[in-house]
Design a protein around this ligand. Structure first.
Ligand SMILES: [Zn+2]
Length: 1006
């Protein structure tokens, strides 16, 4: 691959083209307004009850053009108790958490004695039984310009199971705690229950918070401790740096909070122009301070954090984040930022404060970034999560890129592409709880949101992107923002119409695909008129858009000698031509060489000149296939080549070569295999050439969550064709049952019986069609997987002369159905119980071909056919004395693998216990010992006594050895079926029921 920097360096010309005209001006928006609040809160911490409670007075300024008749409060801690919408949403997705908490572990937020405009009012809970919203009727309507006071008493208790808040011992993360006034904007009151998917939204205001706490508590908060002692001096771990409280930033304050009780203290915090007020306290907190310009940095960390958070690391990372964001957006408007080590992992953002689980720069950049993107540019987080999560993820990634590291664009883009191709993606613009599930919400809000900003930057360029960010900040800081506000700035600053980008990336999940169409090369007349000096070749390239997605697309033309030219099209046309001039004769045309347009199919992006003109030539990486791993690429084919060798009695040593291709780990997973039998080559004049071709998931058959395969083969005495399709019906990617249905048609005929083990194969052919359904999931303690298949066909054999024809066969129709159910549950920490049930029935007028019967010990011959070490007589795993068994069929592993029946029911059970595990290395990553017993009943080779069919079974012990090679996990299963009820049918030792027997299997279990 050519490094992209080099491409730009050698480009002979980079016509940028005029930017598309900005869209016509929209009708003037109504003037922006926002409500204003003034909170006065006094609160006392009761550590014996784990509660913070007190009184609150809010003065509400109605700056809206509307008359208000109601008023509402968010009581967020009520989400963290049984019966809330949050708790139920968690349970529905398999995360049972808050529904299982009992008193005193769950969180709550209770209010009482509510007085509005001086009159007592009663709360209604419009989303009951969820009580995260309390609504009140105003005693009198509040006209535009009115203000009124709300007074109430409240008590808050965080949950002991932390989620964005929590308590543990004497550590309290009061992320949500006071009754928070619901935001009112041009869409009305934004009353919204708290769900796992979706965060917060609030109106700006000023806070005056008086805390009454045990004297030894060390506290961090939104705001500035203007009176009283937050405990930082005593906790300070950097003696070289005096603690700066910054008490003076809001001007002179009179401290008259009154005297605290013995052993207690009172702290007055002030904060202006914030929409949320968070707290955290812990008597064991360590303090370190710093500053960026006028902004004070306070870090509170826990005992044991001295090496990770301490020594200035967290302070430096916070300062670094402030510095980067200052450069990107503009100056931080608040006097301080406090970064604390919270109880929970991860991180959550609040104005002037971040609660973090670790001190890494990436997390700090993300969360401090939210102070700009959520705190200062205050979007509605549950409605437009991409605007804060996607944006801050983007600026974090840009920081990495700007500092010479991988910003993660490629991995992110590829992941999103997989999600788009298989229909998992949903528009990023959805309200939080409208996403399919929490994991989809996360991936769309964070990753798709981040990609949107990368795509915007790719369209407008770095300097315009920086100008957009600065203008957006300048215009909208300390206000409510939304998509329209951001788009208006982006279009105005870039001078571009960005409707397609915003529409497609935020409101759709479009696929993008540009392809090189026709390519025509002409010569210039030698003069330079209109063309760059000295150019001689004019290459006309047709660019075809094959998917709805529209994105600017680069076109590159290159010569063999290193000459090149580039152009960029806006990508809107379904077909358009572009002409590029080069000095040297063009050899190659490529679209979007850096893959910035989210083009899903790059296999049609490149053409090269050959004898017959320009032909499609996708980028291709050839590697030596090591069987157990398969390198996959975003930019083209990967093709693995490997020589193969195996043995069977008829063909002797069989030499071969296999090719496997892949695109994206999803498409064109094709296999080609050619083999040569050396014995037949030596002994006959007809060389034994074998051929196997398989095409899987061709790009032209793209369907979300559907895979297709087509096979043609002529190998080791068998010939056939097959086609199959499977559709994944799984509803959620991260939880719930996996379901799929499929269909298959297969023709398989024997052509040379000398390759075949007559115990398992008759001469003859089948044409068969079947449909199947499979299901896997967890039910209680059991992991269950099942599969059922129904089908039928026609078999034919005994070719000979008919009455009126030269060729005729004995033919008959048959029906074939079978089902399998496997279940496993843990027994204690290291033991497990597995159960398997199998039932199969083959119905035909006369006895069917042996190879379509059900085999009591393991897989049937068609299932074994794909394995060259097993399919023919005398093959490595099919030799006498090698008791290899491919799992499947009846699963009575102590039986001779040729024992078969037309109708059979079998049950097996196994108890196992782990005696050794290690999660690294290749060989022997784990050892389990097992005891098993298997039983079957049926017709055919299975025994019958005078009363009919008789049951047959085995019992024994086994060893399971787990390995991993490359990306492949597999287990060697060694079974010792010491007891077989009918020893004459046993795999070996046919003399006695109890005998020394062994059977080897490989499975793909972990
Ligand atoms: Zn975030």
């Amino acid at each position: 691959m050519i490094p992209s920097g080099l491409l730009f360096a050698i480009a002979a010309q980079v016509p940028s083209g005029p930017a598309p005209a900005a869209p016509p001006p929209a009708p003037p928006a109504p003037p922006y307004w926002q409500q204003r609040l003034r909170y006065e809160i006094t609160a006392t911490l009761d550590e014996t009850r784990g509660t913070l409670g007190g009184a609150q007075r809010v003065v509400y300024f109605n700056n809206s053009p509307d008359t208000l008749y109601t008023f509402a409060l968010h009581l967020y801690l009520n989400a963290f108790r049984p019966g809330s919408r949050w708790a139920d949403a968690d349970s529905a997705e398999g995360r049972r958490r808050f529904n299982d908490l009992r008193d005193p572990d769950y969180g709550y937020n209770r209010i009482g004695d509510v007085r509005i405009m001086g009159q007592a009012v009663a709360a209604a809970y419009p989303f009951a039984p969820d009580s995260t919203i309390a609504r009140f009727l105003l005693p009198r309507p509040a006209a535009p310009g009115d203000s009124f006071a709300v007074e109430l008493e409240w008590e808050a208790r965080p949950s002991t199971l932390p989620r964005r808040q929590g308590r543990r011992g004497r550590h309290y993360d009061f992320a949500q705690w006071y009754p928070r006034v619901v935001a009112y904007d041009r869409y009305g009151w934004q009353e919204h229950p708290l769900y796992p998917a979706g965060e917060f939204y609030g109106d700006f205001g000023d806070f005056s918070v008086t805390l009454d706490l045990p004297e030894d508590q060390v506290v961090g908060a939104t705001g500035v401790p203007v009176c009283g002692d937050p405990g930082w001096d005593r906790a300070n771990r950097n003696p070289a740096r005096r603690v700066e409280l910054g008490r003076e930033v809001y001007g002179p304050v009179t401290c008259d909070a009154g005297a605290p009780a013995a052993g207690r203290k009172r702290i007055l915090w002030l904060a202006r122009d914030v929409h949320h007020f968070a707290l955290s306290m812990n008597p064991d907190y360590r303090y370190e301070g710093g500053r960026f310009g006028d902004v004070l940095v306070h870090v509170l960390y826990r005992p044991g954090d001295e090496r990770s958070w301490g020594g200035g690391t967290a302070v430096r990372n916070t300062e670094e984040a402030l510095s980067w964001l200052d450069g990107l957006f503009g100056p931080f408007p608040w006097p301080q930022i406090t970064n604390v080590h919270r109880i929970e992992g991860g991180g959550t953002e609040f104005p002037m404060m971040v609660h973090n689980g670790s001190p890494g720069l990436g997390l700090i950049l993300h969360e401090v970034g939210h102070n700009y993107l959520m705190g200062i540019l205050a979007n509605n987080e549950w409605k437009e999560g991409w605007l804060d999560e996607g944006f801050t993820s983007f600026q974090t990634s840009w920081y990495d890129e700007a500092h010479g590291r991988d910003g993660g664009y490629r991995a992110l883009e590829w992941n999103m592409l997989r999600s788009d191709l298989d229909g998992w993606s949903e528009p990023a613009s959805r309200a939080g709880e409208h996403f399919r599930d929490f994991s989809t919400y996360n991936s769309m809000i964070y990753d798709r949101g981040e990609l949107f900003f990368h795509q915007l930057r790719a369209i407008v360029g770095d300097s315009a992107m920086r100008a957009i960010l600065r203008t957006y900040y300048q215009r909208w800081k300390l206000k409510h923002v939304d998509e329209a506000a951001f788009r208006e700035v982006a279009e105005e600053v870039s001078g571009r119409d960005l409707r397609a980008l915003f529409g497609q990336w935020l409101h759709g999940t479009h696929l993008y695909d540009y392809a090189v169409g026709r390519v025509e090369v002409g010569r210039t007349d030698g003069r330079s008129g209109g063309q760059p000096e000295g150019s001689e070749y004019l290459t006309r390239v047709e660019v075809v858009r094959r998917a709805p997605g529209v994105f600017p697309v680069s076109v590159a033309v290159r010569s063999r000698g290193g000459d090149s030219a580039r152009a960029r099209l806006d990508g809107t046309a379904e077909r358009e031509w572009v002409t590029l001039a080069t000095r040297e004769r063009p050899f190659e045309v490529e679209l979007d060489p850096e893959i910035r347009s989210h083009d899903w199919n790059v296999l049609n992006n490149r053409k090269r000149r050959g004898l017959l003109g320009f032909r499609r030539a996708p980028r291709t990486m050839v590697y030596l296939d090591q069987f157990f791993s398969r390198p996959i690429r975003r930019d083209g084919f990967s093709v693995g080549m490997v020589p193969t060798i195996w043995y069977n009695d008829e063909g002797g040593v069989t030499l071969g070569a296999r090719l496997r291709s892949d695109y994206l780990g999803r498409f064109e997973q094709n296999t080609g295999w050619l083999t040569l039998d050396t014995r037949r080559l030596a002994e006959t004049d007809r060389p034994g050439i074998g051929m196997f071709l398989r095409v899987q998931n061709p790009v032209r058959f793209l369907r979300p969550r559907v895979s297709q395969s087509f096979e043609a083969f002529s190998v080791e005495g068998r010939r056939g064709l097959a086609a199959a399709a499977e559709r994944d019906l799984t509803r959620h990617r991260t939880f719930g049952a996996r379901r799929a249905v499929g269909i298959e048609a297969r023709w398989l005929v024997t052509t040379n019986t000398r390759f075949l083990d007559p115990a398992s194969w008759d001469a003859g052919g089948t044409v068969e069609a079947s449909a199947w359904s499979r299901l896997a999931g967890r039910w209680g303690a059991w992991s269950v997987a099942g599969r059922i298949s129904l089908g039928g066909g026609i078999e034919y054999r005994n070719r000979g002369e008919g009455l009126s024809t030269r060729d005729r066969y004995d033919a008959q129709a048959y029906f074939r159905g079978h089902g399998e159910l496997r279940a496993r549950r843990g027994l204690g920490a290291s033991s497990g119980l597995s159960v398997r049930i199998f039932a199969g029935g083959l119905f035909s007028p006369d006895a069917a071909l042996k190879q379509r019967q059900f085999f009591a010990a393991g897989a049937d011959p068609y299932e074994q056919f794909g394995n060259p070490l097993l399919r023919s007589r005398g093959a490595v795993l099919a030799r006498d004395g090698v008791h290899y068994l491919m799992p499947g069929g009846g699963g009575v592993r102590g039986l001779n693998p040729a024992v078969s029946a037309a109708r059979m029911v079998a049950v097996g059970g196994e108890l196992d216990r782990s005696v050794f595990t290690r999660n690294q290395g290749t060989w022997l990553r784990g050892i389990r010992v097992a005891a098993f017993t298997d039983w079957a009943i049926g017709d055919g080779d299975l025994p019958a006594d005078a009363r009919g069919a008789a049951i047959i079974g085995d019992a024994g012990v086994g060893l399971r050895l787990a390995h991993r090679i490359g990306d492949t996990f597999f287990t060697t299963r060694l079974d010792f079926p010491l007891y077989v009820s009918r020893p004459d049918l046993a795999v070996n030792a046919p003399e006695r029921a109890i005998g020394a027997r062994w059977v080897l299997s490989f499975t793909n279990e972990r």
